[in-house]
Design a protein around this ligand. Structure first.
Ligand SMILES: Cc1ncc(COP(=O)(O)O)c(C=O)c1O
Length: 401
């Protein structure tokens, strides 16, 4: 990223935008899959749409043979529009729109049932279409010693879980597809336990499903400056594969059936695939503290409590040396700080380039103060507009004036 490229992009797209790196996304997807395949050959990826549902990325996952992991009818619609076959879509999440779930099941999609109420809804759908085969999975909740009592799925030691298992495995025209789990904490220490939990479960029940899905929650690649701000070690793809896939490779070594194993990464594949570029609009000193206000916001990058990897690109203004300067956003929130205590050179109109903002950024930007900036992809040799800048009408056409 240099001044010349930035000048060209600014001239056409304005002073703030995201850069999507779809080439890096393809690379991450392939590397992560290979890391798990090297230990357990029948391993695939279900991409977590919610993390960054940019259609181009969802399309790439489909092209590369991955599954779509969706958690709402909105995300299901994305999967349809990027051309996913419904049997490549996995619908998780605690609340599902029932009429849409019904059509999804009839179209061959897999629902991971999350609660006893949802089990009743699925039973009802099945009763009304008893001649149609439907695909179901069960979200499993067990302790991986991460200190969290998760609110998702069935407690695998409870009677409701057994009721769901009975329905899924003994009902005519219901095909039991998978057990699924997800644990949010990314530390490697919890990964053997999540794999072991699944292996113990299928061993106890004597059921080998067609697939086993152990969820997302992996760290991705990141700049050293970001890595240094975590108190835990940041594992690479191989380390996660070793921690989880080996448990399954050992368990299935002497079995004839080898189910398809899945992870549901979001951040691990997309985190380093987006940069946010903003422009320094003011530089001031207030009671000894230097503050630069940028077109851009913490709301654009959604990172809190850390300093993101950031480069300042000199754009031609006369730079001065600053110490402990905070980069703050365009909103009226006092705490809208993109970067704390920068020490270095800076000038009005310089660009800041913030890396590692591919996960939970674009999808979590609220329509607060300003519509969102455009998303461009320059990683494949040309400039592709992935998402044009939002405008007033994009946000206000649902209000009555
Ligand atoms: C069920 C499920 N799968 C996958 C993910 C993706 O998580 P991550 O981005 O941490 O990999 C999430 C995130 O909340 C999730 O809830």
């Amino acid at each position: 990223m240099d001044k010349k490229i930035l000048e060209q992009l600014r001239a056409e797209y304005g002073e703030a935008f995201y850069l999507l790196d779809s080439a890096q996304f393809r690379k991450n997807f392939a590397e992560l899959k290979t890391a798990f395949n090297n230990i357990y050959p029948n391993w695939n990826i279900a991409y977590s749409y919610k993390t960054n549902y940019t259609p181009k990325l969802c399309k790439i996952v489909n092209e590369l043979g991955g599954y779509a992991e969706v958690v709402s009818e909105m995300e299901l619609e994305i999967a349809k529009r990027v051309g996913c076959k419904m049997d490549r879509v996995i619908w998780n999440g605690p609340i599902k729109n029932v009429p849409i779930m019904e059509q999804f099941l009839l179209d061959g999609g897999t629902i991971n049932i999350d609660s006893i109420e949802e089990l009743e809804q699925v039973k009802d759908i099945h009763n009304r279409h008893a001649d149609k085969l439907i695909h179901v999975g069960i979200r499993c909740n067990y302790d991986v010693n991460d200190g969290v009592v998760s609110r998702f799925g069935f407690d695998i030691d409870g009677t409701e879980f057994m009721e769901a298992v009975k329905f899924a495995t003994t009902t005519k025209n219901v095909k039991f597809i998978n057990f699924q789990c997800h644990f949010a904490k990314r530390q490697i220490a919890y990964w053997p336990a999540r794999a072991k939990g699944m292996v113990d479960l299928i061993d106890r029940l004597g059921i080998i499903p067609e697939r086993i899905d152990i969820g997302g929650g992996l760290f991705g690649k990141m700049a050293d400056s970001l890595r240094a701000q975590f108190s835990c070690e940041i594992p690479d793809y191989e380390a996660y594969a070793k921690a989880a896939a080996q448990v399954f490779a050992d368990y299935f070594a002497d079995k004839d059936v080898k189910p398809e194993l899945l992870i549901e990464p979001g951040s691990a594949v997309v985190g380093d695939c987006m940069k946010f570029i903003g422009t320094v609009k003011t530089i001031k000193n207030v009671r000894g503290k230097w503050i630069a206000t940028v077109l851009g916001s913490q709301k654009n990058i959604s990172m809190t409590g850390i300093n993101p990897p950031m480069d300042v690109i000199a754009m031609g203004g006369e730079q001065k040396e600053y110490k402990d300067l905070d980069f703050v956003g365009f909103t009226c929130i006092e705490g809208d700080v993109l970067y704390h205590n920068y020490t270095g050179k800076l000038a009005h109109q310089d660009a800041i380039v913030i890396s590692n903002c591919g996960s939970y950024s674009l999808v979590m930007k609220p329509p607060f103060i300003l519509p969102n900036f455009p998303v461009l992809d320059i990683s494949e040799g040309k400039t592709e507009v992935i998402k044009r800048a939002e405008n007033f009408d994009d946000l206000f056409h649902t209000f009555n004036f």
